[in-house]
Design a protein around this ligand. Structure first.
Ligand code: AMP
Length: 212
């Protein structure tokens, strides 16, 4: 089962990817998480990537291809995988086809959500530093302030969840990533999901489509 999750920032890709990965026992491959780990170093390259991410722009394709290829080699992908945050543009979609060979073999979920919802979700999002579970200060607060319900680790606000970066991420999404839906639609692999609904309902509709 090769699953790709498309959708703007704040559409719930990360949350749904974690759930899919747990329920179907598939590796969760998030280029955003891999990059956040990679930029913890102090070297110039790490700092440069960090700046790009904080601005909401896309990290250059060559860097993404290199981290993705290394990760795919490490994971047992025989049962499939869940891709979260990749591909982000048409170049990356074509590269993925090249890496994997048989291009048609994907289920692509497009998480459809309006920009108002995105801003509302991202500006109050908090993320667990350890297990990456997402919270929302208003709609889904942690039981104990600032701590993850699942592992007790500290929650933090991503730098790119600040207002200026959110605006830029939406701009980048509309220009670079939105055309991907058409790309996969033409191959008959695209399934649109109403991601305005709450997490449970979105997950239920993804599951229902997968079980079919
Ligand atoms: P995400 O966690 O998926 O929202 O990604 C956070 C940031 O990491 C994005 O705003 C980009 O700066 C960078 N990023 C993640 N995935 C990609 C990708 N596939 N291509 C380029 N940049 C990416």
């Amino acid at each position: 089962m090769r699953i790709i999750l498309l959708g703007p920032p704040g559409s719930g890709k990360g949350t749904q990817a974690i759930r899919l990965s747990r329920d179907y026992d598939l590796p969760h491959i998030s280029t955003g998480d891999m990059l956040r780990e990679a930029v913890s170093g102090k070297d110039r390259m790490a700092q440069k990537i960090k700046e790009i991410m904080e601005s909401g722009a896309l990290v250059p394709d060559e860097i993404i291809f290199s981290i993705l290829e290394k990760r795919l080699k490490k994971e047992d992908t025989r049962k499939g995988f869940v891709l979260d945050g990749f591909p982000r543009n048409l170049e990356q979609a074509r590269e993925l086809d090249k890496i994997l060979g048989d291009a048609g073999d994907f289920v692509v979920f497009d998480l459809v959500v309006g920009e108002d919802t995105v801003v509302r979700r991202l500006s109050k999002r908090r993320v667990c530093k350890k297990c990456r579970v997402n919270y929302h200060l208003e709609f889904q607060p942690p039981k104990i302030g600032g701590k993850c319900d699942e592992c007790g680790f500290s929650l933090y606000q991503r730098d790119d969840d600040k207002p200026e970066a959110i605006k830029n991420r939406l701009k980048v999404y509309n220009k670079e990533s939105r055309p991907l839906a058409e790309y996969y639609k033409e191959r008959g692999s695209l399934i649109s999901i109403n991601a305005e609904l709450d997490e449970e309902q979105v997950f239920a509709s993804i599951r229902e489509k997968l079980e079919k």
